[in-house]
Design a protein around this ligand. Structure first.
Ligand code: ZN
Length: 213
């Protein structure tokens, strides 16, 4: 693991379709967390929603190519979860949900294995999630945790610089004509991009804890 990701509660949110939890407006899903809050990953990320497929990477700090073009960073947290079908995915969210989860863990204890109901309301900039514990819980010990950091691809300085040049976000030093796209992210299109679902469960699904939820 690189030091770009921090473990634990919030301190300051993809071509990876299929890997991320997707919830439609006014719908809710029940998901069980595969980890406790202390194991949740978070990072300050750059996001370029105007690029399709969209580009995102954690801020690299010194010499970060995202900061170089004044793209603002945004706090994102990534919680590995499993759904009722036994598919493991990543639920990504901002500071507000991260704080809700911390509050829930304070109230009911370790959220690992706890089944949470997550409801989405609104679109684009108005998208909000509410998270409530259902009281149900399952044994999540045997599920493989999705590779969250790996889903970003090559996040070395060289890798990110190359990606940005390839996507037209940075001028190609070998080009005579310099063209730079606006750095401003457009969160309004974000909802459409957040798709997902994925890896196969390592064993048959365990229905017990989901009953009645
Ligand atoms: Zn940066």
């Amino acid at each position: 693991m690189s030091k770009l990701f921090k473990k634990g509660p919030a301190v300051s949110a993809t071509s990876r379709k299929g890997l991320f939890v997707s919830i439609n407006d006014d719908e809710s899903v029940a998901l069980a967390s595969l980890v406790e809050i202390g194991e949740m990953l978070s990072a300050d990320v750059h996001e370029f929603w105007e690029i399709n497929p969209f580009v995102t990477f954690p801020c690299l700090g010194t010499d970060c190519p995202g900061c170089r073009i004044d793209n603002p960073t945004r706090f994102k947290a990534y919680l590995p979860v499993v759904n009722r079908e036994g598919e493991t995915k990543i639920f990504s969210f901002g500071i507000r949900v991260a704080n809700q989860l911390t509050d829930i863990e304070s109230a009911i204890g370790n959220i690992k294995g706890k089944i949470l109901r997550i409801k989405r309301t609104g679109k684009g900039l108005k998208t909000q999630y509410s998270v409530v514990p259902t009281g149900g819980n399952i044994d999540v010990g045997d599920y493989e945790i999705p590779d969250i950091e790996g889903s970003f691809g090559d996040i070395s300085l060289e890798g990110v610089t190359k990606l940005m040049i390839d996507r037209g976000l940075l001028p190609d030093p070998e080009d005579e004509v310099v063209k730079i796209l606006p750095a401003k992210a457009d969160p309004a299109t974000k909802a459409e991009e957040e798709e997902v679902t994925v890896a196969k469960p390592r064993r048959s699904k365990k229905a017990d804890g989901w009953e009645g939820i």
